[in-house]
Design a protein around this ligand. Structure first.
Ligand SMILES: NC(=O)C1=CN([C@@H]2O[C@H](COP(=O)(O)OP(=O)(O)OC[C@H]3O[C@@H](n4cnc5c(N)ncnc54)[C@H](OP(=O)(O)O)[C@@H]3O)[C@@H](O)[C@H]2O)C=CC1
Ligand SMILES: CC(C)(CO)C(=O)C(=O)O
Length: 301
């Protein structure tokens, strides 16, 4: 399969490097990372250590591919729509966190849109070098009924051909809302308290705040037609807190580094959807306001 990785930072470089062992992959990203990959290939270390040689460019131009995997931060998705408008791609698939990415891609592109989630962990360690921090899974499904299921199955099969655990689903919205609930619970609380994920282990005030944000999100999901129970979300949050106890969440890392966060695609999205479906989400509203306040002080707003 000919695959473009649009946004070859941490996650995109990892998945691009893994897929390049089997497929024809081109990374689209920034210098000096892209020029380092052009010169010496991509080094992956961690869960597995290997070197691979995907294509690498900073200019997507009028590229042609079977699949474009979108791995930019949620606030950069609109820019990807502009970039892909000049390209010829068979399908586009978001593997980002948060919500709203698929809507943005579907509204701006005349291309089948797939939605995906992944639990792999990655960190760009330096130009030409990505760390694989944790082996995970990929789940892919059609965003709209017209974005046929068999296309998701072909993409999942391409991941499996490269040795990755990947499945196609007909209920990707459920997956996305469940991941959203986990991120809405863990990310802002760990970012504001500056703690590792394990600090949200009950009992304790931080665990209570996180669980409240997650169960509010589940309520909005149900009002939006997705069958996600509060119990499922509580269990999922507890599992992730346990499995990632020593990790700093992505939002904690962003705040610690003074970077913009994905708050609008996470708690901001919950607040926006809650208003549309007539639900009240005071915990998500408060967490979003606090992170937005921090972003304003840091010059991101
Ligand atoms: N890292 C991880 O382990 C995981 C991340 N995710 C999700 O994946 C998404 C990406 O995260 P992550 O990889 O950590 O983020 P990174 O910031 O490491 O990578 C994104 C890269 O895309 C670049 N970029 C932005 N716009 C464009 C564009 N139009 N064309 C080409 N490159 C572009 C960015 O450059 P610049 O910053 O210079 O604009 C950056 O280098 C997020 O939604 C995240 O929540 C999900 C699961 C795990
Ligand atoms: C699952 C979790 C919370 C792991 O840290 C994550 O996705 C993130 O940090 O963005």
């Amino acid at each position: 399969m000919r695959i473009l990785i649009v946004g070859a930072g941490s996650l995109g470089s990892l998945l691009g490097g893994l897929l390049a062992r089997t497929h024809n992959v081109t990374l689209v990203g920034r210098n000096p990372h892209m020029s380092a990959v052009q010169a010496d290939g991509l080094r992956v270390t961690g869960v597995e250590t290997f070197r691979t040689r995907p294509g690498a460019t900073t200019d997507i131009g009028a590229a042609s591919a079977d699949l474009a995997l979108v791995t930019v931060k949620a606030y950069d998705t609109a820019g990807v729509v502009d970039d892909l408008a000049t390209c010829d791609v068979g399908a586009v698939c978001s593997l980002q966190n948060g919500m709203g990415n698929e809507e943005t891609l579907a509204a701006g592109l005349d291309t089948p849109v797939l939605a995906g989630t992944t639990t792999h962990g990655a960190r760009l360690a330096g130009p030409g070098h990505v760390e694989w921090l944790g082996r995970g899974r990929v789940t892919i499904g059609p965003w709209r009924p017209a974005d046929a299921v068999d296309r998701s199955e072909r993409v999942a099969a391409a991941f499996r051909a490269a040795g990755l655990d990947a499945t196609a689903t007909t209920d990707v919205r459920h997956r996305l809302w469940q991941k959203l609930a986990i991120n809405a619970a863990i990310n802002p609380v760990t970012a504001l308290a500056r703690v590792e994920n394990g600090a949200l282990t009950p009992p304790g005030g931080l665990a209570d705040v996180a669980t409240a944000a997650g169960t509010e999100t589940a309520r909005v999901a149900r009002a939006d037609g997705v069958d996600l129970s509060a119990a499922t979300v509580r269990e999922a949050i507890a599992d992730v807190v346990r499995e990632t106890a020593r990790n700093r969440s992505s939002m904690h890392q962003d705040v610690a580094a003074g970077r913009r966060t994905e708050i609008e695609a996470v708690n901001g999205y919950v607040v926006e959807r809650a208003a549309t479906v007539g639900e009240s989400v005071p915990v998500n509203r408060t967490l979003a306001a606090l992170i937005r306040g921090w972003e304003a002080g840091a010059g991101h707003r």
